[in-house]
Design a protein around this ligand. Structure first.
Ligand code: F6R
Length: 370
């Protein structure tokens, strides 16, 4: 039940610290080594994998995009991410050394199920990242890594998304461990950072509500929104845009910030709300300056700019009309905190418009037809 929350979505957004903590639970031993016995694929098989293809739809596919950045960086094997319905009907290249990772909250998405059947027929192994015990996708996969987000009732996915990202990190770190692409200490450091994420998510939930409300009230009458980000901020922008489409019925476009000058900037007009995910400035991150200049560009054309940025990032203040602050964390883990204010933003917009947050029109919680 909803408890004291206004909606299931509200409740589930606030359960995200727990969803992240629970998805990490029991997967590391005391020395920080990963232990994925539950997965039941031999270490030797993992060692032989030379390519990963993530198949998923919607929000789960955005979690897959985040996974690509992390796993390629940690494991140094190529990771492709493909919408399951596109993958299924295009004769993809699959070998016994390809691991197909099917990500699904419900475990019943027909597009994803058909794609995984195809992958297995072609001789590839399939590992499911799934939130629903005993559902079709894990049942038909070679292995499963469950997310422990608990039941997700609201149609718009929130806590399942962060849990999927965490499970993908766990998988990536496990790969790095068995393939020896990272030192034990490096893995351990990331594990410690992951364990600190629930408190950081909680901090965002505790502190950003007012700014989110302000931004939602200000842009309530906007006819469209642009969401942009780079690197892991790109899938976060896509996910923020999807949430707003789904529950506030607003036309949104999410894209990679580097594309702005290749076309989308033509859309920017006086008052257009633009949401920008700003990467950390620390560590001489070259992308930080590039994203800041994207904000400058759209601001100069009259955009109403909403930034998601790291606490202490003073460059942002000069160009953003509103900032949703996130605590410091490693760039690769930042989607776990950056998506939070965007979920709250979509929910606020839907509430202000008097819409049913949990049951948006035309949508079902699980899409069991192709
Ligand atoms: C977005 C949303 C959908 C699902 C997609 C996949 O909020 O809910 O985009 O993410 O239909 O569903 P699952 O993860 O159940 O396969």
């Amino acid at each position: 039940e909803k408890g004291g929350w206004a909606s299931f979505m509200d409740k589930e957004i606030h359960e995200q610290p727990q969803a992240v903590a629970d998805t990490l639970l029991g997967r590391f031993n005391l020395t920080g080594d990963l232990n994925l016995d539950e997965v039941r694929i031999d270490e030797d098989v993992f060692r032989s994998i030379d390519k990963i293809i993530v198949i998923a739809c919607g929000t789960a596919a955005y979690a897959g995009m985040v996974a690509k950045y992390a796993i390629e960086h940690w494991v140094r094997i190529p990771v492709e991410v493909e919408l399951a319905h596109e993958f299924r009907y295009r004769d993809p290249i699959l070998t016994p050394r390809t691991l197909v990772v099917a990500i699904s909250q419900s475990g019943e998405t027909m597009d994803t199920l058909m794609a995984l059947r195809h992958a297995r027929e072609q001789g590839s192994r399939v590992l499911a990242i799934c939130n629903t015990q005993g559902s079709s996708i894990p049942r038909e996969s070679d292995a499963v890594l469950y997310t422990h987000a608990g039941p997700e009732i609201a149609v718009a996915s929130t806590k399942a998304f962060v849990a999927q990202i965490v499970a993908a990190y766990v998988l990536g770190l496990y790969f790095a461990q068995v393939k020896g692409t990272m030192y034990h200490d490096e893995i351990r450091k990331i594990v410690d950072e992951l364990r600190a994420m629930p408190a950081k998510i909680q901090h965002v939930l505790d502190t950003q509500g007012e700014s989110v409300r302000e931004a939602a009230e200000h842009s309530l009458d906007a006819e469209s929104f642009l969401f942009l980000g780079r690197h892991v901020g790109y899938p976060v922008a896509m996910e923020g845009a999807l949430k707003l489409k789904e529950i506030a019925y607003t036309f949104t476009e999410g894209f990679a910030a580097g594309e702005l000058k290749h076309g989308p900037i033509a859309l920017v007009d006086e008052g257009e709300p633009v949401v920008i995910i700003v990467p950390p400035a620390r560590g001489r991150n070259v992308l930080h300056a590039k994203v800041i200049s994207a904000i400058e560009e759209v601001r100069a054309r009259g955009a109403y700019t909403i930034a998601v940025a790291e606490e202490g990032d003073d460059d942002v203040r000069d160009y953003a009309d509103v900032v949703f602050w996130r605590p410091q964390c490693p760039t690769l883990l930042s989607p776990l905190v950056d998506v939070i204010p965007l979920q709250l933003f979509a929910m606020n917009m839907a509430e202000l418009k008097g819409l049913d947050v949990d049951k948006p029109r035309n949508l079902a919680k699980s899409v069991t037809v192709e």
